[in-house]
Ligand binder design. Sequence first.
Ligand code: HOZ
Length: 427
Amino acid sequence: MKTRTSAALYSRARRILPGGVNSPVRAFRSVGGIPRFLVRGRGAHVWDADGNRYVDFVGSWGPLILGHSHPMVVRAIARAAANGSTFGAPTAAETELAEEIRLSMPSMEKLRLVSSGTEAVMSAVRVARGFTKRDLVAKFEGGYHGHADGFLSKGGSGLATLGIPASAGVPKAVAALTLTAQYNSLKSVEALFRKRGRKIAAVVVEPVAGNMGVVPPEPSFLPGLRRLCNRWGALLIFDEVITGFRVAIGGAQALFGVRPDLTTLGKIVGGGLPLAAYGGRADVMALVAPDGPVYQAGTLSGNPCAVAAGLATIRLLRKQGLYRDLAQRMRRFGDALGEAARSAKVPLVINAVGSMATAFFQGGPVTDWASAARSDTKRYAKFFHAMLDRGVMLAPSQFEAAFISTAHFDRILDDVARAARMAMRSN
Ligand code: HOZ
């Protein structure tokens, strides 16, 4: 496989961008080799600067549930851009998108559009602190909620991938406001509440963890968090940046039937453009400026092109049976990987919820960060490259999710299954 052009672009990029990238995991540090510089995406495929084609399971880390450059999304963006790419003034489409979101997730009685998942979670936490008049926030080890100061210890995603236990540059006093519990362990959350009691403003959780690899919640976990938050007067924040519109049109809260106080969205809600949202109980959101004293603002918030992409995407997702089909395709992909691993005698456990999944290189079960961290990351790296050489692009880290889209047709998945059989054999 030719990589000369990507290699040249990478070395040029490294001279000006830290690590040659604009987001750390893209740099291939944990798998080694040359990050592919992409030039085009269509449906389930992407092409790199050397002309190689790959079946894409990264999907821009989640947003592309309809695949790359879906014609209706492209048309919506073009139409919006032709009428002006940004105004910094309200538009009717913003309200339409907010109404579509509330229709899908009724717990978001009121919401605000922002530009990134980081911004959404950071703002939701500020509102929770303002509402409860408390300072502490509880999160989970291996959970990732963007790169706001308070979330950068014991985090998943790039922090887990690069082995950064706590980011430098975060003041100790800020880090001390974040408490950490174990995913799927209500006992660990209860212990935090017992110790720090009525100082905890909110529990922030990915209802399906996606940034330590995919880890589904055990049946009692989310209802238990709801009960504990009620008992201690803390708000429950579901970070549905990944799961919103991904595991169901109503997100994980619909799938598992647990209503959070606040929700954060990103990725799919912007249809592949930078857009995110936070919202929830009307009495809590009433605190957001200009209605209330919690300040949050943004020049590009509710950007017309991003709103158009989000609206087009969500409307297409309302198609009957779409989520069932996606889940079925993910099962096909997972079964193929599982079979390939068994016949090559490679220990592999696959965690999947709907169209998001992670194949952990270990015997499992993987239920939290401690168990995810037991994976054989060297083996993952080898498999990653064996797949890449065969035209399949997985996330360049064991601790991320693979995503499929409506464009990952069965015949494509059958080709991927063949690639996986060969790649496992060489593992
Ligand atoms: N934090 C993202 C994965 N969970 C990676 C974002 C990116 O590199 O685009």
